[in-house]
Design a protein around this ligand. Structure first.
Ligand code: WTA
Length: 662
C-alpha cells in the first residue's frame, strides 16, 4: 500500500460557485427523468439512487440496452466479484450499430473523422458502419476467430479502430486495444499476456506531418509472440511494408474483406461475457489486464454519457481522447454509439499544422460538446487565447474534462476562452477500472472549479482514513466506492489474486466489498469531492497512466543499468514528467552519450509518453531493508524537501547522494 501519508493539507480553497443556467437545467436529460420520477432536488435524487442502486440500475438497463433475452437477476454481489444482469443475453455491436442501421438513423453520421493531413475527412453513417463491421467480423471468422478468442488491436485514431473493436464484439471475441503511441516492448508484452491469436494494425499513420510506421513496430513485437496466427493490416499511409508469411500470416484488411458479406449475425452472449481487456498501469512493472463485460457496458457508458453530457439527437460529440485508453473505449465507441450519437475523431497532433487545429475542427464539424484533459487545456492556455479566438466556437454548448485533477486556473481559462464564459464544465472522475464516470457533475449541478462534485446517481463513493473511518470535512483520505456498479471491472486477466490485493484487501476487515480506488481525495462542507492524486506509485503523464516501476523495468532492461528509481516531477503543462535515477553496472562509465542512449531505450521500450525529462546517474538508490525502493524519500530529497526519518533504511547514505533537481 501507499508509502505516502494520505492526510493532505488543503492549500488552496476555490470558493466560486458556477450555477447552471436555467435553460440547460430544464432541457437536460437528467431533469426529464427527475420530473418523471417526482424529484425536484438534485441531492435528494442522488441520495435516493445511491440507496436504491439495484433498482436504479435495473431501470437504466431496461432503458439503454436492448436485451436479446431478458435478465432474471439484476445483481449477484459476492465481494470482490459482482455479476450484473444475470441470465440476460446481449450483443454490444447489435446495440451500438445494428439497431441504428435498421432504423431511420441508417443515414445519420456515426463518425466524422479528420485525418491529420488537412482536407482529409472520413464520414461514416450508421449504415456504413454496419457494413464495414460485418465484413471485418466475417473476415475474422474466416481466420478462425471464435467467441472468447482474444484479438490485439494496435491502431491509431482512424475509424478502422472502432470498426475492429465492434467486429470483435459482434462475434463475441475479446479485444485488447493497445495505444498506438506505445512501443514494441509494450505491444509484445500485452499481446503475449492476452493470449491473442490475431493482431490488427496499420501500415502507417500521420503524426506531426510524419508517417509513423506502425506495422514495423507490430512486426518486431509479434516476433516475440508465438500464439499469433494472423495479422490484419489496414492500408492507410501507403508506406512500404513487408507482408509476413512465417509464424504468423499477414493479410491486407481490404483483401480480407473484399469478398465478405456485409451481413453478419451477432453472437448473443451472456451478460457477463467479456467485452474487452485493457492493460493499465499499477504498482508493479507488469501492466494489469482489466476485464470488462458486455452487459454492463451497454448500461454504464450510455447512461452516464446521456446524463452527464446530456447528449441529444442532434449533438456532435467530441471526446478528444485516444481510443487506446479507457476514455475512448467508453466515450468514443461504446457509450455514444449505443445512443446513436455522432462523434468526431481526429487522427493527429493538436498542434499540427498549428495549435489552432482543434478549434478549426470544432468550427468545421459544428461540435456541440467537447471533452478533453487538463493537460490539453494547459497546453492551449500556454499557446494563448488568440488561437481559439480566431475560430467560431459558438456551436459548443457543454464542456468536459478528465484524467487528472484540473487546477482552477485552467478550469477558468477553459470556461472563458472555449466556453464564452458561459458554458458549464463537467469534471468527470473515473478510471480504467470503473469503466464510466463515477464522480461527476450533471448539467443541473452548481460547479466549483477543481471539483468533480458528487457521486453520480447509482454510485456510492466515500473518503476514508486508513482505519476505515470517514475523514472529517476538508481532510484528505482514500477514495473508495462502497457499492458495485454495472460497468465496473470484473477481474484482472489471469490474475485474480492481484485483483483482490489491489482493490479489495485494504478495507476487507472493516468494510468487505469496498473498492479502493487508489486516489487521495477530500470533501468540502458541501460534500464536493476534490481529487488530489494517487496514493500508489502510478504516474500521470499528460493524463496517461504509467507505473513508476514500468519505467524502472524499462530502464534496467538496458545492459548498462543495474538498478533504477523513477519519480514524477510536477510540471506546469503535463501534470507530471518522468525523472530517472539510474545506477550503472560495475565498470560502466557515465557519459552524456549513455544518458541519451538510455532515454532513447526507455522511449523505445514503452513509447514516446515514457520519454524521461531527465536522467541522473547515482551510485545507489534508497531502499528499505526488504529491498523496496523508497520513491517517496527520493522524491522529497530531489524536490528539496525534508525526506523525514530515514534511519530505518538499508542504506541511508544513498539519500544524501540523490541530487536536488529543482
Ligand atoms: C485520475 C482515466 C482528478 C485519477 C479515465 C484516477 C482524475 C486515474 C480525474 C485513472 C479527475 C481521472 N480529477 N483525477 N476528473 N479523472 N483522474 O485509468 O488519479 O487512465 O485514479 O482513467 O486518473 O486513470 P485512467
Amino acid at each position: 500500500m501507499a508509502e505516502e501519508t494520505v492526510t493532505t493539507k488543503v492549500l488552496m480553497e476555490e470558493k466560486r460557485v458556477f450555477k447552471p443556467p436555467e435553460d440547460l437545467v430544464k432541457n437536460s436529460n437528467v431533469w426529464q427523468w427527475m420530473k418523471k420520477k417526482g424529484f425536484t432536488d438534485e441531492r435528494e435524487m442522488r441520495d435516493w439512487t445511491q440507496k436504491n442502486y439495484v433498482d436504479f440500475w435495473d431501470e437504466m438497463a431496461q432503458t439503454y440496452a436492448d436485451w436479446h433475452e431478458p435478465y432474471t437477476q439484476v445483481l449477484d454481489w459476492k465481494p470482490p466479484y459482482a455479476k450484473w444482469f444475470l441470465g440476460g443475453k446481449i450483443n454490444v455491436t447489435y446495440n451500438c450499430v445494428d439497431r441504428h442501421a435498421k432504423s431511420w438513423r441508417k443515414n445519420k453520421l456515426a463518425y466524422i473523422g479528420y485525418g491529420e493531413p488537412q482536407g482529409e475527412v472520413w464520414k461514416l453513417t450508421y449504415g456504413d458502419l454496419y457494413r464495414e463491421v460485418n465484413k471485418l467480423a466475417n473476415g475474422l471468422k474466416s481466420l478462425g476467430v471464435k467467441a472468447g478468442d482474444k484479438v490485439s488491436i494496435y491502431l491509431p485514431m482512424v475509424p478502422q479502430l472502432p470498426i475492429a473493436m465492434l467486429a470483435c464484439a459482434k462475434i463475441g471475441a475479446i479485444h485488447s486495444v493497445v495505444f498506438s503511441g506505445f512501443s514494441v516492448g509494450a505491444y509484445a508484452a500485452r499481446v503475449e499476456d492476452a493470449d491473442s491469436i490475431v493482431s490488427i494494425t496499420i501500415d502507417g499513420f500521420y503524426r506531426r506531418g510524419k508517417i509513423v510506421e506502425l506495422k514495423k513496430q507490430a512486426d518486431e513485437a509479434l516476433a516475440k509472440c508465438p500464439k499469433i496466427k494472423h495479422q490484419i493490416v489496414y492500408k492507410r499511409a501507403g508506406n512500404e511494408v513487408p507482408m509476413n508469411t512465417g509464424t504468423w500470416k499477414d493479410v491486407w484488411w481490404h483483401e480480407l474483406c473484399a469478398n465478405q458479406s456485409s451481413e453478419c449475425d451477432p453472437v448473443f452472449v451472456d451478460s457477463e461475457h467479456r467485452l474487452y481487456i485493457l492493460y493499465t498501469s499499477g504498482t508493479t512493472g507488469k501492466p494489469k489486464g482489466i476485464e470488462h463485460a458486455q452487459g454492463g457496458y451497454m448500461v454504464g457508458p450510455p447512461q452516464t454519457l446521456h446524463w452527464v453530457f446530456d447528449l441529444k439527437e442532434d449533438d456532435v460529440w467530441w471526446c478528444a481522447a485516444d481510443i487506446g485508453w479507457v476514455t475512448g473505449h467508453s466515450y468514443i465507441v461504446y457509450g455514444p454509439l449505443n445512443l446513436g450519437a455522432t462523434c468526431v475523431m481526429y487522427e493527429g497532433s493538436p498542434d499540427y499544422p498549428d495549435i489552432g487545429r482543434w478549434w478549426s475542427i470544432i468550427e468545421e464539424s459544428g461540435t456541440t460538446v467537447l471533452y478533453t484533459t487538463p493537460t490539453a487545456i494547459r497546453m492551449f492556455m500556454r499557446a494563448g487565447e488568440a488561437w481559439p479566438a480566431k475560430y467560431n466556437l459558438k456551436s459548443l454548448r457543454l464542456l468536459g474534462t478528465v484524467g487528472e485533477p484540473i487546477n482552477p486556473e485552467a478550469w477558468i481559462w477553459y470556461r472563458k476562452n472555449i466556453g464564452r464564459d458561459q458554458l458549464q464544465i463537467m469534471d468527470t472522475w473515473w478510471q480504467t477500472e470503473t469503466g464510466t464516470f463515477a464522480v461527476s457533475p450533471l448539467p443541473i449541478t452548481p460547479l466549483k472549479p477543481g471539483s468533480a462534485t458528487l457521486p453520480l446517481p447509482g454510485f456510492g463513493v466515500d473518503v476514508l482514513d486508513d482505519q476505515g473511518d470517514p475523514v472529517p470535512v476538508g481532510s484528505g483520505g482514500n477514495v473508495v466506492q462502497t457499492t458495485p456498479w454495472p460497468a465496473m471491472l470484473r477481474d484482472f486477466y489471469k490474475d485474480p489474486a492481484r485483483y483482490m490485493q489491489t482493490y479489495w484487501e485494504f478495507y476487507w476487515k472493516t468494510h468487505p466489498g469496498y473498492y479502493l480506488a487508489g486516489d487521495k481525495g477530500r470533501r468540502d462542507e458541501d460534500g464536493y469531492f476534490f481529487i488530489q492524486g494517487r496514493i500508489d506509485d502510478v504516474l500521470k503523464i499528460a493524463g496517461h497512466r504509467l507505473g513508476n516501476s514500468e519505467v524502472e523495468s524499462a530502464a534496467v532492461s538496458h545492459p548498462a543499468v543495474a538498478e533504477a528509481a523513477v519519480i514524477g516531477k510536477p510540471d506546469e503543462v503535463k501534470g507530471e514528467v518522468i525523472i530517472v535515477f539510474a545506477c550503472l553496472k560495475e565498470g560502466v562509465k557515465e557519459s552524456e552519450e549513455l544518458r541519451k542512449e538510455l532515454a532513447a531505450h526507455i522511449r523505445k521500450e514503452l513509447g514516446p509518453l515514457a520519454t524521461p525529462e531527465a536522467i541522473y546517474f547515482v551510485k545507489d538508490v534508497p531502499k528499505t531493508r526488504s529491498g523496496k525502493i523508497m520513491r517517496r524519500v527520493i522524491r522529497s530529497r530531489a524536490m528539496g524537501q525534508d525526506p523525514g526519518d530515514i534511519s530505518t533504511l538499508a542504506n541511508p547514505e544513498a539519500v544524501e547522494a540523490i541530487p536536488k533537481i529543482v
